[in-house]
Write a protein that binds this ligand. Structure first.
Ligand SMILES: Cc1cc2nc3c(=O)[nH]c(=O)nc-3n(C[C@H](O)[C@H](O)[C@H](O)COP(=O)(O)OP(=O)(O)OC[C@H]3O[C@@H](n4cnc5c(N)ncnc54)[C@H](O)[C@@H]3O)c2cc1C
Ligand SMILES: *[C@@H]1O[C@H](CO)[C@@H](O)[C@H](O)[C@H]1NC(C)=O
Ligand SMILES: *[C@@H]1O[C@H](CO)[C@@H](O)[C@H](O)[C@H]1NC(C)=O
Ligand SMILES: *[C@@H]1O[C@H](CO)[C@@H](O)[C@H](O)[C@H]1NC(C)=O
Ligand SMILES: *[C@@H]1O[C@H](CO)[C@@H](O)[C@H](O)[C@H]1NC(C)=O
Length: 534
C-alpha cells in the first residue's frame, strides 16, 4: 500500500474521532494565538513570534517544517502538513500548547530531531494537527563530579557527545551512531549504539526526566511516579506527554579505543564468516561491538555480496587483535587493520566520517544536506542462520539489488537487563538485530514504489530466519507496515495490540495500563501510539 493510500485509508477510519469535523488552518492559527497567552502559567507577550502558520507565514513555515524532515520520501507536496508549528523556548510555552491543543480539540505531534523513519513527529493521518517543535530545547548540562548530564530533548546526540568530551576524555554515553538524531525520540524509544554490549541501551542509563503531562503539569521522576518514568524509557514519549529533558548517567570510557572496518565478499568466505560471527557474538568480550553490513556489490563485473565488519572496541589494538584471533581468526585481523582513537573519534568513525580530516565540532552541526529517500524495517535473530540460509539470503539480496541488511551484535549487558526493566523487551535470547535499509535519490514516484516493494519482499523472504509470534520489531526503527491504529475504543485497542506486541512483547499490557491512567482520553496519540483500555 502506498503512503498516500495508507493515509487516506487511515483518515477515513480515524476521522470518526473528530467531533467538530475539519477546521481551516487559518482559524486554527487564530484560535491558538488567542488561547496560548490565556493558558500560559505566566504572562507572556511572545507567542506570535513562536507560532508559524501555513497561511500567515507560509515561507518561514515551510523552512521550519523542512529543517527537521530527515527522510525525503516525506518531503513532498502530498505529505500531510500541520496547520501550525509552535516552537517553544520555555517550559511554560509547552504547557500552554498542550492545554490549548486539548481545549481546541486538535491533535498535537511532538518533534525533537525529526528522525522518525515514518515522519510521525510531523505528519498525521488526521485532518487537523499541529507540530510542537522542540528544537529550541537543546541545553546539555554535563556534571563530571556527579557523572551525570541533564540533556534537553531537542539536543542532538552529537551535541551530547561533544559536551561530554569538552569536559572529560574518559566519559561517554551509550546512544546512537548518527549524530543528528534527536534526544527526545531516541531516548524515549530505547536508543542503542556501539556501547550497548558494555552498558546497555540509553534508557538503561537514564535516572530522571522532566515531562509536561496532559494536564499541563511539569513532572519529574518523583512527581510522575515510577510507572510513567518506566514508560518513557522505551515506550515512546509521544503516547504519554511532552518530554522536556532526561537526566542521564555518564559511563566511563578508556582513553584508547580501537576501530576497524573490513569487507569480505562471498568469494572471500563472507558466508562462513557471517555464520561464525553469529555463534560467537553473544558471548564475546563486552568491550567489543561488531556490526556487519551486507550489501550487493560487483567484482570483475560479477554481482556478488560484500560483508563489511565494522567494530568499536573499548580498549587498545593489541588486546583487540588477540581477542579477534581467539574468537574469529578466520577474519585474519591484523594490527595494521586497526586504528587507535579517542572515544570521541570513535563516534566520528562509526558515523562514517573521515577521522583524519573531520573536525570534532561537526558533531554540533544540526543541518543535513542532501537528505535521501528511505525506508527502514527491523527484525531480531535468536538462532544462528545456517550457511545455506545465508546463501539464499545473499542471493535474494543480489537479485533485488537495493536492500542492505545491517546485523548489530547483542549480548553482554543486553543479556543481563531483565526484559521488563524497561519497555524495550528484546534482551536475553537475541543474538542480533537486523536493520533493513533501502535508500534512493530518484524523485520519480514509480522509483519509490519499486524501492518500497523491494524492502517488503526482502522482509517477507526473511520470515523463516527471524523471531516469530510475534515477529519482534524495534520501536526506534518505526515501520508502519507492521500495523497502524485504526478507529477508537475496542477497535483502537485491537489494532494497537497488533503493532504494540511486536514492539513491546510482554511489556505491552503494562504500557496500556499506564497510558490509560495518565491519558485516559487518548489526547497524546499517533498512528502507532499506545492505545487506551476500552
Ligand atoms: C540516520 C538515522 C540514524 C539512526 N541511528 C540510530 C542508532 O544508531 N540507534 C538507534 O537506536 N536509533 C537510530 N535511529 C533511529 C532514531 O533513534 C529514532 O528515529 C528516534 O526516534 C529519532 O528521534 P528524533 O527525536 O530525532 O525523532 P522525532 O521524529 O522528532 O521523534 C520520534 C518519535 O518520538 C516522539 N517524540 C520526539 N520528541 C518527543 C518529546 N520531546 N516528547 C514526547 N515524544 C517525543 C515523536 O513524536 C515521534 O513519535 C536512526 C535514525 C536515523 C534517521
Ligand atoms: C506570522 O505572521 C504574523 C502576521 O503577519 C506575524 O504577526 C507573526 O509574528 C508571524 N510569526 C512568525 C513566527 O514569524
Ligand atoms: C524538501 O524539499 C525542498 C524543496 O521543496 C528542499 O529545498 C529541501 O531541501 C527538502 N528537504 C528535505 C529534507 O528533503
Ligand atoms: C576460505 O576458507 C578456506 C577454508 O575454509 C581457506 O582455505 C581459504 O584460504 C579461505 N579464503 C580466503 C580468501 O580467506
Ligand atoms: C514486488 O517485487 C516482486 C519481486 O521482485 C515482484 O514479483 C512484484 O510484482 C512486485 N510487486 C509490486 C507491487 O511491484
Amino acid at each position: 500500500m502506498s503512503l498516500l493510500a495508507f493515509l487516506s485509508l487511515t483518515f477515513l477510519l480515524c476521522s470518526c474521532s473528530l467531533s467538530s469535523g475539519a477546521s481551516n488552518p487559518n482559524s486554527i492559527y487564530e484560535s491558538f494565538l488567542q488561547c496560548l497567552p490565556a493558558q500560559s502559567p505566566r504572562p507572556d507577550p511572545s507567542f506570535s513570534a513562536l507560532v508559524y502558520s501555513s497561511v500567515a507565514n507560509s515561507s518561514a513555515y515551510t523552512t521550519v517544517l523542512q529543517e527537521y524532515i530527515k527522510n525525503r520520501r516525506l518531503n513532498t507536496t502530498e505529505t500531510p502538513k500541520p496547520d501550525i508549528i509552535i516552537t517553544p523556548t520555555q517550559e511554560s510555552h509547552v504547557q500552554a500548547a498542550v492545554l490549548c491543543a486539548r481545549k481546541l480539540g486538535v491533535q498535537i505531534k511532538i518533534r525533537s530531531g525529526g528522525h522518525d523513519y515514518e515522519g510521525l513527529s510531523y505528519l498525521s493521518s488526521e485532518q487537523n494537527f499541529i507540530v510542537l517543535d522542540m528544537f529550541n530545547f537543546r541545553n546539555v548540562d554535563v556534571n563530571i563530579a556527579t557523572e551525570t548530564a541533564v540533556v534537553q530533548v531537542g539536543a542532538q546526540l552529537g551535541e551530547l557527545y561533544y559536551r561530554i568530551w569538552e569536559k572529560s576524555k574518559v566519559h561517554g554515553f551509550p546512544a546512537g551512531v548518527c549524530p543528528t538524531v534527536g534526544v527526545g525520540g531516541h531516548l524515549s524509544g530505547g536508543g542503542y549504539g556501539t556501547m550497548l554490549r558494555k552498558y546497555g541501551l540509553s534508557v538503561d542509563n537514564v535516572i530522571d526526566a522532566k515531562i509536561v503531562d496532559v494536564n499541563g503539569r511539569i513532572l519529574d521522576r518523583k512527581s510522575m511516579g515510577e510507572d510513567l518514568f518506566w514508560a518513557i524509557r522505551g515506550g515512546g514519549g509521544a503516547s504519554f506527554g511532552v518530554i522536556i529533558s532526561y537526566t542521564v548517567k555518564l559511563v566511563p570510557v578508556p582513553a584508547i579505543n580501537t576501530v576497524f572496518r573490513i569487507t569480505k565478499t562471498v568469494a572471500e568466505n563472507a558466508t562462513d564468516l557471517v555464520y561464525k560471527w553469529q555463534t560467537i557474538v553473544s558471548a564475546m568480550n563486552n568491550n567489543l561491538f561488531i556490526r556487519i553490513t551486507l550489501q550487493p556489490t560487483t567484482v570483475n563485473r560479477q554481482n556478488t555480496l560484500g560483508a563489511t565488519f565494522s567494530a568499536h572496541f573499548l580498549g587498545d589494538s593489541t588486546t583487540l587483535v588477540a581477542e579477534m584471533n581467539k574468537i574469529l581468526p578466520e577474519l585474519g585481523l591484523k594490527k595494521e587493520d586497526c586504528t587507535e582513537v579517542s572515544w570521541i573519534q570513535s563516534v566520528l568513525y562509526m558515523a562514517n566520517f573521515d577521522i583524519n580530516t573531520t573536525p570534532i565540532d561537526i558533531l554540533l552541526n544540526r543541518h543535513s544536506d542532501n537528505v535521501p529517500f528511505l525506508k527502514r524495517k527491523s527484525d531480531y535473530v535468536q538462532t544462528p542462520i545456517s550457511k545455506s540460509g545465508l546463501t539464499s539470503i545473499f542471493n535474494k539480496m543480489v537479485e533485488l539489488g537495493g536492500v542492505i541488511l545491517v546485523f548489530n551484535s547483542y549480548g553482554g549487558r543486553m543479556n543481563e537487563v531483565p526484559a521488563d526493566a524497561t519497555p524495550f523487551p528484546h534482551r536475553a535470547g537475541n543474538l542480533f538485530k537486523i536493520q533493513y535499509q533501502i535508500t534512493w535519490n530518484d524523485a520519480d514516484p514509480e522509483a519509490a514504489k519499486n524501492y518500497m516493494n523491494q524492502s517488503r519482499v526482502m522482509y517477507e523472504f526473511m520470515a523463516d530466519y527471524v523471531s516469530k509470534n510475534p515477529r519482534s520489531t524495534f520501536l526506534n526503527y518505526r515501520d508502519l507496515d507492521i500495523g497502524v491504529m485504526t478507529g477508537t475504543g475496542m477497535n483502537g485497542y485491537r489494532s494497537g495490540r497488533v503493532y504494540g506486541e511486536k514492539y513491546f512483547l510482554g511489556n505491552f499490557d503494562r504500557l496500556v495500563k499506564i497510558k490509560t491512567a495518565v491519558d485516559p482520553d487518548n489526547f497524546f496519540r499517533n498512528e502507532q501510539s499506545i492505545p487506551v483500555l476500552p
